[in-house]
Write a protein that binds this ligand. Structure first.
Ligand code: 1GP
Length: 329
C-alpha cells in the first residue's frame, strides 16, 4: 500500500465557493487514486461536478482556519472511501455516471490502450473489471494496464472469489440478493473474506439483483438462481428495500451481460423511488437513448459492456447521453 498526503481544500475568500488551492495536512495510509489527482481532475470540470465529487465547494470558511464539520466529515469519507463518497455525492446532486465493463478475457494491452484513450475523451467515470466466468489468469495484468494508461478508477466486479486484484481501486462486494443460492448470498464471501480484507481495496457492499433479460446469460446460468421476472416490479422493489435495510451500500440491477432485453425503465423507476442508496443498472444497454432513459428513471450509474466491445465508437455518445441527464434542481 502506498501513502499519499491528505489534502484540505479551501475557498477563496474573495470568491466563495471556488477551490483555489490544496495543501498537505498529514500522512495517512491510502490506497486508490491520488486525491491530488481527483482534485486536479475536478478543477478542470464545471463547479457543479466538483461539488458532486465531494471535493471542495463547501461553505466558505472565514477565517480560513474555521473548516466546517461537514467538510471534515466529507473529507474523512473521501479519504477512506473515495469511490463510494463520490457515488453518494453524485446521487445527492442527481449527477449521473457511466462505467465501462471490461472482461479480462476479451482484452489485450493494445485494446486496453484504445479503450482507455477513448474513455478519457468520453469522460467515462469508472471501469468495472470482471465477469461471471473469467477463464484467463490476466486480471492483475489487465488492471495494471488500465491503471498505467489513465486515472479513471478501476472497480472489480468479481464473479468468483478469486477475482481480486490489489492493483484496483475498489471492489463490488456482491451478494446476489435476488437469488436463493446460499453460496452467492454469503458462502463465497466467507471463503474470500480474508483475501478481500488483505487486498486493501475499497470494499463496496452491493445488493446484486438479477432481472430476466429475455434469455439465459452467463451470470444466470452460473449463479444457478432464478432472476426476477422482467415484469414483476414489486419483487425487484422489495428485494432492493431488503438489501438497503440489511446495510448494503448500493443496489446493482443487472439483466446480465449481453442480455436480449435490458431492464425496463418502469422497474428501474419503481426501485429508485423506494431506496436512498445509489442504484446501478446494466445488462443489454445497446444505445445512448436507453442509457439516458435509465438515468431519467432514476439509475445513478449505468454500466455498459457488450455494446462498447462491439462498437467502441459508441462510447462517446453513450457517455454524453448519461452525463446530459438533467441534474436535480
Ligand atoms: C453486465 O451490466 C453489465 O453485468 C453489462 O452488460 O455487457 O450487456 O452491457 P452488457
Amino acid at each position: 500500500m502506498h501513502r499519499i498526503r491528505a489534502i484540505i481544500l479551501k475557498e477563496n475568500l474573495g470568491n466563495p465557493g471556488k477551490i483555489v488551492y490544496a495543501r498537505t495536512e498529514k500522512r495517512l495510509p491510502y490506497h486508490g487514486p491520488s486525491l491530488f489527482t481527483l482534485a486536479r481532475r475536478r478543477l478542470r470540470k464545471p463547479e457543479q461536478e466538483a461539488s458532486s465529487a465531494g471535493v471542495g465547494l463547501f461553505e466558505p470558511a472565514t477565517p480560513q482556519t474555521q473548516i466546517n464539520v461537514a467538510f471534515l466529515q466529507q473529507h474523512e469519507l473521501l479519504m477512506k472511501e473515495p469511490i463510494y463518497a463520490s457515488l453518494l455525492a453524485n446521487k445527492k446532486k442527481g449527477v449521473k455516471s457511466i462505467a465501462v465493463l471490461v472482461d479480462p478475457d476479451k482484452v489485450d494491452s493494445r485494446k486496453i490502450r484504445e479503450l482507455t484513450e477513448r474513455s478519457m475523451e468520453a469522460r467515462v467515470d469508472y471501469f468495472l473489471v470482471g465477469g461471471s466466468l473469467v477463464v484467463s489468469n490476466r486480471l492483475d495484468q489487465v488492471v495494471q494496464d488500465i491503471k498505467g494508461d489513465c486515472e479513471i478508477p478501476v472497480i472489480l466486479f468479481p464473479g468468483t472469489p478469486s477475482q481480486v486484484s490489489r492493483f484496483a481501486d475498489g471492489l463490488l462486494y456482491l451478494s446476489l440478493i435476488s437469488g436463493r443460492n446460499p453460496e452467492l448470498l454469503i458462502g463465497q464471501h466467507v471463503i474470500s473474506a480474508p483475501l478481500v480484507r488483505q487486498s486493501g481495496l475499497e470494499i463496496i457492499s452491493t445488493g446484486y439483483i438479477l432481472v430476466d433479460g429475455g434469455a439465459p446469460t452467463t451470470v444466470s446460468y452460473i449463479s444457478n438462481a432464478s432472476p426476477v421476472p422482467a415484469d414483476k416490479n414489486e419483487i425487484a422493489v422489495c428485494t432492493a428495500m431488503a438489501g438497503e435495510m440489511l446495510g448494503m451500500k448500493q443496489i446493482y440491477m443487472d439483466a446480465g451481460s449481453g442480455a436480449k432485453r435490458p431492464i425496463a425503465e418502469d422497474m428501474i423507476a419503481s426501485v429508485a423511488a423506494c431506496i436512498d442508496i445509489p442504484l446501478i443498472t446494466g445488462g443489454g444497454i445497446k444505445d445512448p437513448e436507453k442509457a439516458y432513459r435509465n438515468c431519467r428513471a432514476g439509475a445513478d450509474l449505468i454500466v455498459i459492456g457488450t455494446a462498447i466491445e462491439q462498437n467502441l465508437s459508441l462510447l462517446r455518445e453513450m457517455a454524453d447521453a448519461v452525463h446530459s441527464a438533467p441534474v436535480k434542481a
